[in-house]
Each structure stands twice: as C-alpha cells, then as structure tokens.
Ligand binder design. Structure first.
Ligand code: SAH
Ligand code: MG
Length: 195
C-alpha cells in the first residue's frame, strides 16, 4: 500500500469532518489481530475507504475485505482512494443499505467491523453473529457515543441511537458465546471474541 497517499486521504477526510477511525482504535485492532490469520474482513460503513485501506494491512496474503456503504458520493470517493492507496485488489465495495445487503451475504468473516448507523447496531449484530467465522471477532465502533451511552440521555436528541447502542452492548455482554470487552479508545470500541 502507498503510505503517503494514505496520509493524504486521512488529512482530507479529517478536513471534511468524515468520522474516520481514530489512531488509538486502529492500534488496538492491529494488536488484537497480531497472532490471528485474517483472510476475510467485513466492514459496515465504508465512508471514503480510510479504515478499509488501513485494515488491508492486517490481511493475510490473498485476504479480502467486503465493505458496505449507502452514500453514493462516498462510494465513488472510496473507490478513488482505494486505487490511490494501491490496494484495489483487496477491497470490494458494496453500494447500498447494509440492512438490505447483509442478509444476502453467506461467507464467513474472521473480523467484522460495525461502523454505520447507530440505530441499527442490534440488527448488524444479529447479522454479524450469523456471518462470524470460528474464532472470529466482532468490533463495534463509537459504542460510547461521546459519553451519551453511559450518562443520562433522556433530554438528548440522539435518544434512539443511544437506546440501540445500549441494547447492542447488553446483547454482546450477555451472549454466552462471546467474550466481550468495551474499550475507551476513540469513541468507544466493543470487542467481542467468539468463544
Ligand atoms: N469506517 C469508516 C467510517 C464510516 S462513517 C472509517 O473509519 O474510515 C459511517 C458510514 O456509514 C457513513 O459513510 C454512512 O453513510 C454509512 N452508513 C450509515 N448507515 C448505513 C447503512 N445502513 N448502510 C450502509 N452504510 C451506512
Ligand atoms: Mg467510527
């Protein structure tokens, strides 16, 4: 991959206030995957492709990433960026609503990164559980949502998002097949490993 281009893509995304993955979150993920064989990654929420490009470094030889994005302009931008970063052979972008696309997927994934509409996290979880490989790992970004999730949110405009994020956390914590940890990196990262 082309690191100089990656840095430019990152700076541009930050300037445009696109909520790309934060550096500390990326470091934690790199660490989690260190001794794992990762051939298939699924990402929900591509934006301009920044996180997918970063994740491509964690793949085994011949590994691939499927990533889903519903905003057409962002899909175009992501395609362009992935080419610039010279990782186009490794990343497949699926244009459309993940709520409709996920149920059509059948292959298993070693890592699933949930980073799209917060109100849909419980649905994304049900799909992620269906698509998770043995020893797979589900990561959900922004689960602490600027602190709203752990505080009194009733007066808050983002009530539905907060309710669904809490629901997501409850489900992963209570699922007997998962070992879950909630990390205070970035905007909150839930790490769930299949037992
Ligand atoms: N993973 C990216 C950031 C994603 S931002 C990175 O770290 O670089 C979240 C993206 O999810 C937005 O671009 C938004 O358009 C997309 N999104 C939100 N809900 C979606 C849905 N239901 N289906 C597909 N994409 C969705
Ligand atoms: Mg995010």
């Amino acid at each position: 991959m082309n690191k100089i281009e990656l840095e430019k893509i990152k700076q541009k995304a930050l300037e445009e206030h696109i909520p790309i993955i934060m550096d500390d979150t990326l470091e934690v993920i790199e660490d989690l995957l260190k001794n794992k064989k990762v051939t298939k990654i699924l990402e929900i929420g591509t934006a301009v492709g920044y996180s997918a490009i970063c994740f491509s470094e964690f793949l085994d030889e011949n590994g691939t990433i499927d990533t889903i994005e519903r905003d057409e302009e962002r899909v175009e931008k992501a395609k362009e960026n992935i080419k610039r970063a010279e990782v186009e052979g490794k990343i497949n972008i699926h244009f459309g609503d993940a709520v409709e696309i996920l149920p059509t997927f059948k292959e298993k994934y070693d890592m699933i990164f949930i980073d799209a509409a917060k109100g849909k996290y419980p649905f994304f979880l049900s799909q992620a559980l269906r698509l998770l490989a043995k020893d797979g790992i589900i990561l959900a970004d922004n689960v602490l949502y600027k602190g709203y999730v752990m505080s009194d949110y009733n007066k808050h405009k983002q009530r539905t998002a907060v309710r669904n994020l809490r629901e997501y956390l409850k489900e992963v914590m209570e699922n007997p097949n998962l070992e879950t940890e909630i990390l205070e990196v970035g905007d909150g990262l839930a790490v769930s490993i299949k037992k």
